[in-house]
Structures are given as C-alpha cells and as structure tokens.
Write a protein that binds this ligand. Sequence first.
Ligand SMILES: Nc1ncnc2c1ncn2[C@@H]1O[C@H](COP(=O)(O)OP(=O)(O)OP(=O)(O)O)[C@@H](O)[C@H]1O
Ligand SMILES: [Mg+2]
Length: 335
Amino acid sequence: MVAKIRLENITKRYSNKEDAILENINLEIKRGEFFVLVGPSGSGKTTLLRMIAGLEDISMGSIYIDDQRINDLKVQDRNLSMVFQNYALYPHMTVKDNILFGLESRKTDKEHQDKRLREVSQMLGIEKVLKRKPKQLSGGQQQRVALARAAVSRMPVCLMDEPLSNLDMQLRTHMRREIKKLQQDLKLTMIYVTHDQTEAMTMGDRICVINEGKIQQVDRPINIYNHPSNQFTAEFIGIPKMNMVEVSELDLNVKQATYVGIRPEHVIEGHDYEVQVDSVEQLGMDTMFSFMLADKVWYAKWPGQHEIKIGDVIGISFKDDSLHFFDQDGLTVSI
Ligand SMILES: Nc1ncnc2c1ncn2[C@@H]1O[C@H](COP(=O)(O)OP(=O)(O)OP(=O)(O)O)[C@@H](O)[C@H]1O
Ligand SMILES: [Mg+2]
C-alpha cells in the first residue's frame, strides 16, 4: 500500500512576468521513505508541497504517484493525507469528530471508524480528550489530534508542512520522535517540510536542501553534513554554521579553490593561528567561543568544559582533512 512519488521537471510561476518560484525540480521519493524538504523562508517548500497535494496548479512538469500521473487529479483522489502548521482543526467539533471527519465524509462504516479511532488515539495518547473541543487542548494535544486525523485516514502518502513550529522546544523534540514512529508504524511515504535543520537531520531518511526554488542537494543527512555539494548547503546545515573565508586569507597554498569552509568543531587547539576570544558560551556538554580571523567572526565548538575567558589568546589549528573547498561559483571542489 505504500507509494512512491516522482517529480519530473516541475516548474512553478505565479505569473508569466515573474521569475519561476520553483525551477526544474526533479525528485524521486521512495516507498515508505521519510523525505524532508528543508530550506530558508521563501525557498518554495510550501509551494512544492501544495502542488503535490493538488492545492496549487503546476506550471510545467509532471508528478507521479506509483507511476500514475496525477497532475489533473483532484485533491481527494490523490490518496494522501496532510498536516499543516496551523493544525486546521474544526473549532466547533469534538476531537473525536475532528479525527473521524475524513472517514465520515467517505461514509466508512461506524464499527470500522471506532476501531481506527481507538488505535490512533491510543498510539498518540489522546484517548482521554476525545470529547473535548480543540480550544480546550494544549498546543501539543492539538497537534496530536491533527496527526491522528492524518493517521486514521490510512492514506499511503502523508504531507506535512512545518507541523511542529508552534510548539515549544521540549515538545518539538518529543513530537519529532512521535511523528517518526508513526511514519514507521504505518509505513507511510512522508514528505515533511521544515526550515529547521535539526528536524531535517534527525527525522529524514533523506533530505532535499532547497534554496530560491532550486534543489541544492539530495542525500542522507549525514552525507550532506559531511559532503555538502556547495557553499549554500555547507553553511545551511550545521549549528553554528560553517566558518567560511577566502582561501587566500589563510595562506593555505591551494590554487584550485576560492573559498574554504571549516566547521566549528574542526577548529582545534594548536599552533597555526593565534586568536583572541570575543565571546564564550559554556553549554555544559560543549564550550563554544568566537574570535576574529581574516576579518571574519569565527566560531569554535569544543567538546567538554574549557576554562576560556573573553580576551584570552588561544592557539588554534584545523583538524586534518576537515577543510571544505569551493570554487568561485560556490561549488565544492575536491582537493
Ligand atoms: N500566491 C502567490 N502569489 C505569488 N507569489 C507567491 C504566492 N505564494 C507564494 N509566493 C512566493 O513564492 C515563494 C515561495 O513561497 P513558499 O511559501 O513556497 O516558501 P516556503 O519555502 O514555504 O517559506 P516558509 O519557510 O517561510 O514557509 C515566495 O517568494 C513567496 O513570496
Ligand atoms: Mg512554507
């Protein structure tokens, strides 16, 4: 029952005069895959998801689910469920009726509805609030109801657009795991949109990094972290972000590249550069500090607790084989 999805040369323009919002998007999402679309605000993530859902016209290209071209299928015929940022629960309906709304409108029989309701509400821990109205729930509970509504439908494909962005940090961490588990238990093919790279890294089987309507890289999270294909991805994935300077600033004797990037955890104690500490954050597990080098603010992140104070002068080096090189167009070059 799980489905695969294929996007072929998808382009989106809102008007003929303007530039394309999305350009030439080619993607293949595997059956049962947790696929994350990540990118900065305005990069086109929601637009792409809405085109897959059938809520937005496709200017050019084709979308296939299981080899069926679905461009002209109505939303309700695409066999997918959706969860959006603002939950979109019906305020006048009880939690139970909200969850069962889709099944009810498809006239699924009552016994079947009850059985599914029991299963999903147990799975998401909302059995005790089924009789309440949405406004009598916490944000986390509302979000679970929205998830339950998607889960109860048993659609093979699920689309989620920033479903956790209204929740506090702790609840987000918790819900990340719940969504991941739900996806695995129900063997859903998931397309999950977020601008939060931690969500992307922790949830995705694969990530698609998108910027200004163009795909930057598609790969497993750890491969993207270790082998970013360009400067944008290198700086977008990783907290704090990768330090980036012109090669010439560091006397590295590398002719093939214009820019060099170094992750904060790869700035280690050593003798290559002397720097003065500008700020320090003791995070408990790590110690983070910043300094100026080559006219740029740099960040270093060292595991454990270090006695570092503002104004200290520290000797640093870069960890072996940890440098990322980019050409003048920002594409990765291997050296
Ligand atoms: N109806 C519309 N008409 C014209 N332009 C639009 C319309 N909807 C969105 N856009 C533009 O399309 C671009 C992509 O928007 P989109 O909502 O897909 O971004 P996003 O990646 O989801 O951003 P965010 O992370 O802020 O949700 C933006 O520049 C936006 O202004
Ligand atoms: Mg969006």
